[in-house]
Design a protein around this ligand. Sequence first.
Ligand code: SF4
Length: 344
Amino acid sequence: MAPGGARGIRGSEDLGYWVGELPVGCRLCMAGAKSVLFATGLCPEGCYYCPVSPQRRGRDVVYVNDVEVGEPGDVLREVADSMSEGIGITGGEPLLALDRVVEILRLLKEVFGEGFHAHLYTSGTRLDERALEILVDAGLDELRVHVIGARSLEAVKLALGFPVDVVVENPAVPGEVEELRGLISRLAELGVRYVNLNEMEFSESNAHSLALRGFRASGDGRSALGSREVALGILRWVEEGGIGVSVHFCPAIYKDVHQYPRRLNRRALATRRVFEEVEGGVVRWAEAECSGELWRLALAGLAFRVGEACYTHPRLAGALRVGTLVEALPLTPRRVLNEYPVVE
Ligand code: SF4
């Protein structure tokens, strides 16, 4: 589609809306095919709306998909277990852990191939030519710059000279329509192709800071009231004005409704044990003391004995009305959510 042509606004309430094309990183994220590497909780910026949790903020900790990382091999295992086709590298400011990021990035590309997609978030204030060269050489595909000032814009200009997709990703701050229009017009002039507008999150970590500035939480408590309207207004302005940049509005609900369950579902399918069933990002199995009907199932190879317990498929346990049904998140080890007596 030629910049400025009529493109239309696509999407849905929980998936978000966009005009133009989505960055590759967003397309993979929507399929649940991106793992998330939290490279460090360190960041010098102190944005008042920062959503990083108090447990991670200011600490040099590393997580992949919420699992703490001890060594780079942990990232490989989690990415493989989640059947991910790419990684989003976030923080904190990942550039403060550049050596770590580059080591992991090289490892991922080496093991999963050049087609494995990597995008990295940064405020850009620490980005220089050398860092970009190293990142691009390690295989970075997409750079996402959170523009917080003039130095971020300099980083955007610098990155446009490198073989990497440049995306600007900012929160849609209530009341800042004119500032966003000015930013997007400038980005379009520079030749930036993609802008992501996040619904401004209200979370445990920023609620106090947002309330002090007069922002209020929306009905579901996830986002700042008015952020969604600002983003949708920008989409209409971009569409009607034929502004030559693709803009994507990502709602706060998206992570819980799409990204997280879809990633879990892929993880469940990849790590399913023979006695588990998978549905909606959770796994279920039946277990009980290994005696009676379950013992007979074990002898027939239809239940699996570990110590004193037998594990079998929920359908078999349901037919025999034995055992306890266990529902769990498909993590390693499984994280139990609920337990019920089996009834058919
Ligand atoms: S740049 Fe990002 S991580 Fe750093 S304070 Fe701002 S929102 Fe938080």
